[in-house]
Design a protein around this ligand. Structure first.
Ligand SMILES: CC(C)(COP(=O)(O)OP(=O)(O)OC[C@H]1O[C@@H](n2cnc3c(N)ncnc32)[C@H](O)[C@@H]1OP(=O)(O)O)[C@@H](O)C(=O)NCCC(=O)NCCS
Length: 187
């Protein structure tokens, strides 16, 4: 098990920092083209060495600033099942966003729901954020259901936000306020 400064654990997973040995799983995450599209990134083909360098850089870097890169690790056995990165975090405004990806072989077991819940609780209770939002493409049904199930509500639609596979896609903005999250999931 990899050392973790703060005990960010839920019922199934915990969030930890990046470790040098995460390269193998990063290669698998990067190879998932469908997931990359859902996250609005179309990375060019990359070498194993480049991904290894990036992983080493993340693992050796002391976290600064409000945005964080977490690995999602299964509590039962320490297996690395995915990653979650916060972005657009603004501590003064009390808002943040994030993106996440679960390795294909580990999907459908509640790991994303648990990881998001841990992340929201940490940001709302420890870091005193007031609200979180995510952007989801309209064809990403798994993510839409996931976020609606957690309690996020649809706030808006950015029409024709991307053109992939010969079709325009709208980008949906979902959000949840701290008070709603605590009412649904407790402190
Ligand atoms: C979206 C994603 C993170 C879900 O991860 P996961 O660990 O499989 O999700 P969970 O097992 O926690 O599912 C929780 C709920 O989400 C919904 N859900 C998850 N996958 C689903 C799917 N394929 N189809 C429909 N609903 C789905 C269900 O409501 C599910 O609850 P249930 O199992 O009680 O029915 C994963 O599919 C993924 O990594 N996708 C690619 C990257 C991505 O789209 N990231 C989000 C960008 S906004």
């Amino acid at each position: 098990m990899i050392p973790n400064g703060t005990p960010l654990a839920g019922k199934l997973v915990r969030l930890r920092g990046v470790a040098l040995e995460d390269t193998r799983d990063h290669l698998e995450l990067f190879a998932d083209d469908a997931a990359a599209l859902f996250m609005d990134v179309t990375p060019p083909p990359q070498s194993e060495a480049a991904i290894d360098d990036w992983t080493s850089w993340l693992a050796r870097k002391i976290p600064t600033g409000p945005n964080r890169f977490f690995q999602i690790e299964r509590l039962a056995d320490g297996e690395h099942v995915g990653g979650l990165r916060t972005n657009d975090a603004d501590p003064a405004a009390g808002v943040f966003s994030y993106g996440l990806q679960i390795l294909q072989k580990h999907r459908g077991r509640g790991y994303a729901r648990d990881a998001i819940t841990v992340c929201l609780r940490f940001h709302c209770m420890t870091l005193r954020y007031e609200s979180a939002h995510v952007y989801v493409f309209e064809n990403n049904l798994a993510s839409i259901r996931l976020h609606e199930q957690i309690g996020f509500t649809l706030e808006g639609r950015q029409r024709r936000s991307a053109f992939y596979s010969e079709e325009f896609l709208d980008l949906l903005r979902y959000s949840i306020a701290k008070e709603s999250f605590l009412k649904l999931h407790g402190a």
